[in-house]
Design a protein around this ligand. Structure first.
Ligand code: ARG
Length: 654
C-alpha cells in the first residue's frame, strides 16, 4: 500500500471543512527525515492557521481529533508549533510488507487514470556519430518511459531523429566530391562521418576567412570602447553602472579575442596541411554549395533523394548498436523527414488563421511573451525545425491521440520549446500537456563542456567502452580479493558491462536534471556512496545470502511468512520497502528520475543497516529467520526492479 497517498486521502477528509483547496495542504504531508518525529509529518497546519487566524496548535489538535487513521497509525501527535506526526502501527506495516512480498508489482498499484504519453527522447541528428551530449536525453528519456509504463500509463517512445537537416547536404556534397570508395564500401558510416567533418572543416575555413576582417574591426572598436569605459569608470569609482559597463566591455573584448584565436587556429590546421589546403582552394564556394545540396534534397531532386535513401538506413543501423548496448528500443522513430510532406500545410494554416505573418520575407509567429519570433518559413522558402515540430504535434495529438508529450531535450533549447508550446496552445492544442523535460550539460574537470584533450566531442561508443574497461578492473580486484575467486572470465566480462554502463547511466540520472554536472569516473564507479555500483553490490550481496544458505526464494514469495519488525533496523527497512510506489509517483510529478535513484540509494542503506544488525542465516529462531529472509528477498526485488526502471541491469553475483 502507498501509505503516503493513503494518509493524504485521510487528511483530505479532515481538512474538507477547513479549506476549499485541501489538496494544496495534503501535499504538505511528507515522509519525515528523522525517525524520532514518526514516519510521516504534516506541516500544513501553520499555513492553514495563519489563513484562519487560529492558533496552530489548537487547530492541529482539532484536525487530529477528526482524523480517522486508527487502523493505520498510532494516535497522531501534535509537536512543536503545530506539526502533526504520524507513526505507522508496526503490525500494520508488517502486514503490508507481507502483502507486497506476494505481489508481482511490489505493491505498486497501477494509476487509476492512465494517460497516453509520447516521450520524445534521444533524437540525435544522424550521420554524425553519437557523442556524450546525446547521453542525457537518451538515459533520462528511457527511464521516464519505463517508469510511466510501469505505473500503467500508455506510453510511446519516439526517437525524433534529425534526418533531414543541413548535415545531409554536407554529406552529399562530400560524397560527390571527396569520397574514398573503398572506405565507404568497408565502413560506410565511418566514411560518411569523415566526409561530414571534412566538408564542415572546409566550409568553416572559408566562412571564418571571410568573417575575420569584420571580427578584427569589431575588436578594434571594442578595444577603443574599453579604453573609454575604463577611463570613465576610473574617474568615478563609486558609480556602479560605470564599473559594470567597463567590466562588460572588457569581457566583450576577451571573448572576441577568443573567437578570433579559435578561428585562426582552425584556419591554421588547414593551412599547414598541404592536402587540406589544396582541397580548400579548389572548393571556395563549398558552404553555399552544400546548402544547395540540402535544398535540392528537400525539393525532391532524384539523385540526392537516392543518396539520402542509401545513407539513412546505414546511419540508423549505427545508432542501433549503441541503443542495444544501453538496453533501449523505441516504439517509433519518425524522424524529421517523416513530417516533410506536412510542412507546407502547417504554414498555410498558420497564415490563414492569422497566427503567423510575413516579416522581412520570412513567415513568423510572434509570441505574446518573448521578443524572438518563431520562424516557420525562412526567407529562402525553407521550412525550419519549428515547422517540423508543429507538424509533429499535430500528428501526435490528432493521429496518436496523445494526452501528454514529453520533450527530453537540452536546456539550451528552452526558447524553442517555450515558443513551440505557446504556439501549439494558440493553434488549439490546449488539452494536451506539453513538457520540455530539460537538462543541463555534462562538464569536464575544467568546468567546460566535456571534450577530449584535443578539443573534440567525446564519442559515446568510446565512453561506454572506457566505462566497461574501468569496471572490469574493479570487478577483477574485488573477486581476486576473495579467498576463493568466484567468477569465470566470461562472468567477469558480463558483470563489467553491467557495472560500467550502469555506472554511467546512474551517474547521469542521480543529478537533478536541471544542473550541469562534472563527469568523473572515480565518483561514478565508487563501491560506496550514491552509485549504481553500490546498489548493484547490495543486490548481489542479498543473492549471496540465498546462495550461501542454499535457499530458493520462490516459495517465500508464493506463501510469504509472517513478518517480524522487532529490531529498529527491520522496521526501517520494511518502511522503506513500502515506499517504492511513493518514489515512483514522486518521479512523475516533475519528471525527475533522481527521485528514484535517491530512493534506491536509501533502500540500499537501509538494507546495510539491517544486515549489520540482524543476523539472517545465523538466526536460530526459525520464524524470525523466515521473516528476515523475506525482507532480504523483497529488498533484492525492489532494487532490481528499481534499477531496471532506470535502464540499469544487475548481476546475480559480483
Ligand atoms: N535533433 C535535435 C537535436 O539534436 C533534438 C530533437 C528533439 N526533439 C524535438 N522534437 N525537437 O538538437
Amino acid at each position: 500500500m502507498n501509505f503516503l497517498a493513503e494518509l493524504r486521502t485521510r487528511l483530505h477528509g479532515a481538512l474538507a471543512d477547513l479549506t476549499e483547496t485541501p489538496d494544496v495542504y495534503t501535499q504538505m504531508l511528507r515522509p519525515t527525515q528523522d525517525g524520532r518525529f514518526g514516519d510521516f509529518q504534516a506541516n500544513c497546519v501553520m499555513a492553514l492557521a495563519k489563513q484562519r487566524g487560529a492558533s496552530p496548535r489548537d487547530l492541529a489538535a482539532q484536525i487530529v481529533a477528526s482524523l480517522e487513521v486508527a487502523d493505520l497509525c498510532e494516535p497522531p501527535e501534535v509537536a512543536g508549533p503545530g506539526f502533526i506526526n504520524f507513526r505507522l502501527k508496526t503490525d500494520r506495516l508488517a502486514a503490508a510488507t507481507r502483502e507486497i512480498a506476494g505481489s508481482e508489482r511490489l505493491g505498486v498499484a497501477p494509476v487509476a487514470a492512465p494517460r497516453k504519453y509520447i516521450v520524445d527522447y534521444s533524437s540525435p541528428n544522424v550521420a554524425k556519430p553519437m557523442h556524450v551530449g546525446h547521453l542525457r536525453s537518451t538515459v533520462i528519456g528511457n527511464s521516464l518511459y519505463r517508469i510511466l509504463k510501469f505505473l500503467g500509463h500508455v506510453v510511446l517512445s519516439d526517437n525524433h531523429v534529425g534526418d533531414w537537416g543541413t548535415q545531409f547536404g554536407m554529406i552529399i556534397y562530400g560524397y560527390k566530391h571527396f569520397r574514398d570508395a573503398a572506405a565507404y564500401q568497408q565502413e560506410p558510416v565511418r566514411e560518411l562521418s569523415r566526409l561530414y567533418r571534412l566538408v564542415n572543416q572546409l566550409s568553416d575555413y572559408h566562412t571564418l576567412g571571410n568573417d575575420l576582417p569584420k571580427l578584427r574591426e569589431t575588436l578594434a572598436q571594442k578595444e577603443q570602447a574599453a579604453v573609454t569605459a575604463d577611463a570613465a569608470a576610473a574617474a568615478q569609482p563609486k558609480d556602479k553602472d560605470l564599473q559594470k559597463a567597463a567590466k562588460k566591455t572588457r569581457s566583450d573584448v576577451a571573448s572576441l579575442k577568443d573567437e578570433i584565436a579559435s578561428a585562426l587556429k582552425k584556419r591554421e590546421i588547414v593551412d599547414s596541411d598541404a592536402v587540406l589546403k589544396s582541397l580548400a582552394e579548389s572548393h571556395p564556394q563549398i558552404a553555399e554549395l552544400a546548402r544547395k545540396e540540402t535544398a535540392k534534397l528537400h525539393a525532391g531532386d532524384a539523385e540526392n533523394n537516392r543518396l539520402w535513401h542509401e545513407f539513412l538506413p546505414q546511419c540508423l543501423a549505427a545508432l542501433e548498436g549503441m541503443y542495444r548496448r544501453l538496453g533501449i528500443s523505441f516504439d517509433m522513430a519518425l524522424g524529421e523527414s517523416y513530417y516533410n510532406p506536412m510542412l507546407a500545410g502547417i504554414v498555410e494554416e498558420l497564415t490563414k488563421s492569422g497566427l503567423a505573418r510575413e516579416s522581412d520575407g520570412a513567415i513568423c509567429v510572434f509570441s505574446k511573451t518573448s521578443e524572438a519570433p518563431f520562424i516557420v518559413r525562412k526567407k529562402d522558402g525553407a521550412f525550419t525545425y519549428a515547422t517540423t515540430d508543429l507538424a509533429t504535434i499535430r500528428y501526435r495529438v490528432e493521429t496518436l491521440k496523445a494526452d501528454a508529450i514529453l520533450y527530453v531535450v537540452d536546456a539550451r533549447q528552452s526558447e524553442h520549446f517555450a515558443l513551440l508550446i505557446e504556439t501549439a496552445g494558440r493553434m488549439g492544442y490546449d488539452r494536451t500537456e506539453f513538457k520540455h523535460v530539460s537538462f543541463g550539460t555534462i562538464m569536464g574537470p575544467d568546468g567546460k563542456p566535456y571534450k577530449t584533450r584535443s578539443g573534440d566531442t567525446v564519442g559515446l561508443e568510446g565512453l561506454l567502452d572506457e566505462g566497461v574497461e574501468r569496471a572490469r578492473q574493479i570487478v577483477d580486484e574485488n573477486d581476486n580479493q576473495k579467498p576463493n575467486p568466484e567468477l569465470s572470465p566470461e562472468q567477469r566480462a558480463l558483470v563489467a558491462e553491467t557495472v560500467g554502463i550502469g555506472g554511467i547511466i546512474y551517474a547521469d540520472l542521480h543529478h537533478n536534471r536541471d544542473s550541469d554536472y562534472v563527469f568523473s569516473w572515480e565518483k561514478m564507479l565508487a563501491k560506496t556512496g550514491d552509485t549504481a555500483t553500490y546498489i548493484q553490490y547490495s543486490y548481489a550481496r542479498v543473492n549471496g545470502i540465498f546462495r550461501k544458505g542454499g535457499i530458493d526464494p520462490a516459495p517465500l514469495r508464493l506463501k510469504p511468512p509472517e513478518i517480524q519488525l522487532g529490531a529498529p533496523q527491520e522496521r526501517t527497512l520494511a518502511l522503506q520497502l513500502n515506499r517504492f510506489g511513493e518514489a515512483l509517483a514522486d518521479v512523475t510529478v516533475d519528471y525527475r528520475p533522481n527521485q528514484l535513484t535517491q530512493y534506491l540509494y536509501e533502500t540500499a542503506n537501509a538494507f546495510a543497516g539491517f544486515f549489520e544488525n540482524c543476523p539472517v542465516l545465523r538466526e536460530e529462531d526459525e520464524a524470525l529467520r523466515q521473516s528476515r529472509l523475506l525482507l532480504c528477498d523483497l529488498t533484492a526485488r525492489v532494487l532490481k526492479q528499481g534499477l531496471e526502471l532506470l535502464g540499469i541491469g544487475v548481476a546475480e553475483q559480483m
